[in-house]
Design a protein. Structure first.
Length: 427
């Protein structure tokens, strides 16, 4: 069949050659009147046509030679398959013709490997962005160490009135204002390990510095700082479904956060803290759906903070000597969601745009709700991931708080490094 198709190509090429030859002969013998009338322009046209025809003939000859070469290779390969001793008894030209297809096949394998490597590199920056946001798990046997530095800036203004109001716009008494600033710098070391059966475990150890500053209306500034360990947390994730058709990737995560960090409830510690003072349990469900070159993701989370006894300051006018008491504090539960998309810009870079929202119920002290303890947090996040070397990336994230209960500015930079520990077994 292949030889017949090549012969057809040869006949067509020959026909085209004959057709152009006739056209050339007709153009080279114009009428006498026209030749006498416009002798010089016609000569220029003839030269151009002849040059173009010579180029065409050269191209056709080259194509015919290539067709003949391919046909001889196919004949040599089929002949060597039918005759077992043909390889040793053939001429050197036939031997070279027999070896060439296998070399071409090896080159094709190398090209496919390069293509697969390019595809793998193209997805790594995208995978890293999903991994940090809980939308992807590490392969089994792969360890990732992520060094992340984060900065948070919060501010609030308080106005205190000591007096009474005669009219809505007339206040009799002392009015004092206070501006509060809080800067937090956290260094977190996170270790993630891919486990068999589509599981993953991770541990995060934060360590950092917090600075609280207060500026009164008389321009007097006071500051308190703390440097130490934060709340260590650990989590276990499981991939429930794999993306197929309209079904997205679904991942479930269970997380425990300890109360290892110094907290402001303990009078033995500093006035500011790096920890919350409460253990908590969190469950989340994340979905991710790809639509090249974009991946959309979303998650729902619920956090249960465990109650605890803490020493809190009090002011008793009847007994000024009493300055503190032990209270039973029960923080409110939190409900949150996250929506976003990740865009792959090229094989090394991806960008992320997302929105985080969380609602925290009121805190109770000895069964009594504390006023103004209900929190609404909303953050707009923009990030990017860049793979600067194999298995080495940099992940940047920038967040802006759009509610009064959210830090005004959030910025983090991470340097995850991956290393395989054992060979992954397909399941």
């Amino acid at each position: 069949m292949l030889s017949r198709s090549y012969l057809v190509s040869f006949v067509l090429a020959f026909g085209i050659h004959s057709l152009f030859a006739q056209t050339t002969s007709g153009a080279s013998h114009p009428p006498a009147q026209a030749s006498l009338a416009v002798h010089e322009p016609q000569d220029n046209v003839d030269v151009k046509i002849q040059n173009a025809l010579r180029e065409r003939d050269a191209i056709i000859r080259n194509l015919l030679e290539r067709v003949q070469e391919l046909e001889s290779r196919l004949n040599a390969e089929s002949g060597s398959t039918a005759r077992s001793g043909a390889v040793h008894s053939s001429t050197p030209a036939k031997t070279a013709a027999f070896v060439t297809p296998s070399a071409e096949r090896e080159a094709a394998v190398v090209n496919n490997s390069a293509y697969d490597e390019e595809e793998r590199r193209a997805s790594q920056s995208l995978d890293q962005a999903l991994l940090v946001r809980g939308g992807l798990l590490l392969p089994s046997g792969v360890l990732e160490a992520d060094n992340t530095a984060s900065y948070f800036s919060m501010s609030s203004d308080h106005l205190t009135v000591d007096g009474f109001a005669l009219l809505p716009i007339l206040v009799v008494g002392d009015i004092t204002s206070q501006r509060l600033r809080r800067d937090i710098l956290i260094h977190s070391l996170t270790a993630r390990l891919g486990l068999p059966k589509r599981f993953q475990m991770d541990v995060t150890v934060p360590y950092g510095y917090v600075l609280n500053r207060a500026v009164a209306s008389n321009s007097k500034e006071t500051s308190v700082s703390q440097f130490g360990l934060g709340d260590i947390s650990a989590g276990l994730s499981r991939q429930l479904t794999l993306e197929r058709g309209k079904v997205p990737d679904m991942l479930a995560n269970f997380r425990f956060k300890s109360a290892t960090g110094t907290n402001s409830y303990d009078l033995q510690s500093a006035e500011t803290s790096l920890g919350s003072g409460f253990n908590s349990l969190q469950g989340s469900l994340t979905a991710a759906k790809s639509s090249d070159p974009v991946v959309f993701f979303g998650s729902l989370s619920y956090t249960r903070s465990l109650p605890a006894h803490h020493t809190i300051p009090v002011s008793d006018a009847a007994d000024p000597s009493v300055t503190s008491t032990v209270g039973y504090l029960r923080p409110g539960d939190s409900f949150g969601f996250q929506l976003g998309s990740i865009l792959a810009l090229n094989t090394e870079t991806s960008m992320t745009l997302g929105w985080d929202q969380r609602f925290t119920q009121e805190t109770k002290l000895d069964g009594v709700r504390l006023p103004a303890s209900y929190l609404v947090e909303g953050t707009l996040r923009i990030g990017t991931s860049y793979m600067y070397a194999p298995n080495r990336m940099v992940d940047l994230s920038f967040g802006v708080g759009l509610t009064p209960d959210t830090p005004n500015l959030q910025f983090s930079v991470g340097f995850p490094i991956r290393r395989p520990l054992w060979k992954s077994v397909p399941h």
